[in-house]
Design a protein. Sequence first.
Length: 578
Amino acid sequence: MRPPSTNGVLAAEEASSLLRTRRYAVPRGMIERATERRLAGDWRGALAAAGVDPAFDLAEVTAAYGARVAGALASDLRQLVPDLVHWHLPRLLGGRSTIATDRTVVLAGYADGLPLAPYLHLRTPPMFDGPQRLVLRFGAVPGEEAPGVFGAGTEDWRADRWLWDARHTDGLREAVGAAGRIPFFHDDGTPLTPQELAAADDAAARAERVTQLLQEGRVADAFAAAGIAWDPVLPPSRRSWRGADVEESVRRMALDIPRLEAAVRRATATIGREHFLVAVGWRIHVLFDLTDHSTGGRLRARAVERENPDAVAARLPEAAWRRLPDLDLLRTGAMPPRWLHPLVARALFPALEGPFGPPGPSAPRPVRVRCRGKWHEVVFRDGALRSPHTEEERQRERAMRAFGGAVSGCFAVEHSCTSGTGRLPKELRAQVRELFLHAQHGDTPAVLELLAAGVDLRVKDARRRGLLHVLPLLDHEALLPRLLAAGLDLEARDHLERTPLGVAVSERGSAALVRALLDAGARIDVTDATELSLSQLVRRYKREDLAFLAERVEREHPGIGSAWYDKWFPEATEDEEQ
């Protein structure tokens, strides 16, 4: 957990990570293409445009579950907004903007009298820096502890269809608002002034005061002001964390106390349970339940350990208990409301005029560099980092570096850009980071646009990875020919001493990409920093789709790779042989 910032809204690192999720994680082009296909009735095309791979067939669903279930599923698929799913998915943060890994997200259930209800659910990526594609499944959810109750690592969105269903997106305003407005904001997205906040006296004003109490660290007062009975004392246990400060853990969360009761009531109505857990630490949860049913019910919150005796308690999804990240960013002024997803913007701020969506890539900007006692400007132009030096000066600097001499100024910056080593000016570092953030989130059009605007194809990030290394994240068919034509090195090594082919194997690059790199001449007699060969990487990362590569490596280069890996992990070799 991260401490709150001095303004009580967001820690600086969390704000930076959240901002990157909104700028890069769901590109404007993805939203536009997925929307166009969805409105045309092409749900498969919408999924493809948003990087979601369906792992089922409607004909098979009909055969397995009957026409009624298949019909209900088909109706939901036509209304599924896959780009909105990407927008609302939990993120790793902590300096990253990628999707939280290995999560199952349940969208809808289809009981229809069946003894074991099938669910429409998706699976998030297994690697935090790998491709951000999702897999959409239909059927049983692994780890279902009781009917409709899922284990840790599963987010249950069935009660919050505004997260993914085009028919319910207006429900976001009701979920996070009060008294017909969004706390802290006017209907056009502009923040309320301190004077307006002080003068307000309605349900939204009460929600604002509860939120401010929590951000001031007054956890018990915030729960009391929201009408929630709060008990932070852990029950006695042989393994209890006696020194655990539950209130401090809650204070560090972006807990949206004002809407907890409504969230619990929605979840209760949807799945028929009255007990819900929210994790606030490694071993500590808060258990929410409704009491005093004779008077309509009152929400109670109690601290419990992870091994909670109430085995039937469901888990409240993060989207139901967390303050909406968009509103936190708007409150801090980190982003304008027009950067919101169009469906989110229209739901939250009906008086706000578009267009909406994250911004596109920024054109390269000149950056000042101290060079030989003077200030020079360097800028990406025509596929290189240009500076006011002659070709003769460049040759002299290259010769000096070849003989081990130190270079500085513009030449040092140019070398850092194309090697991934050394230091870059802050503004130039941001431009390089922008290119690789667009790549991280699969935005091939943005990468091509930046290259067309003059960014050097040879640029590398801090892990010494160039554009060839990040091809598993992008459309390689659109980018690889251009990179090969520019003469980029297929054997360039990253910080793990892996070539682009090695990264494609270890980071979920497609079999088509691997074949394309092989056709381009990528070597297969290589090992990485841990001495693993390509065939060993295939086994380590369980790439059954790349068995052809492992077989070729072992046939043409027998014995290559790490002896310790085969000695200590013989089961990997046995599994591969089977």
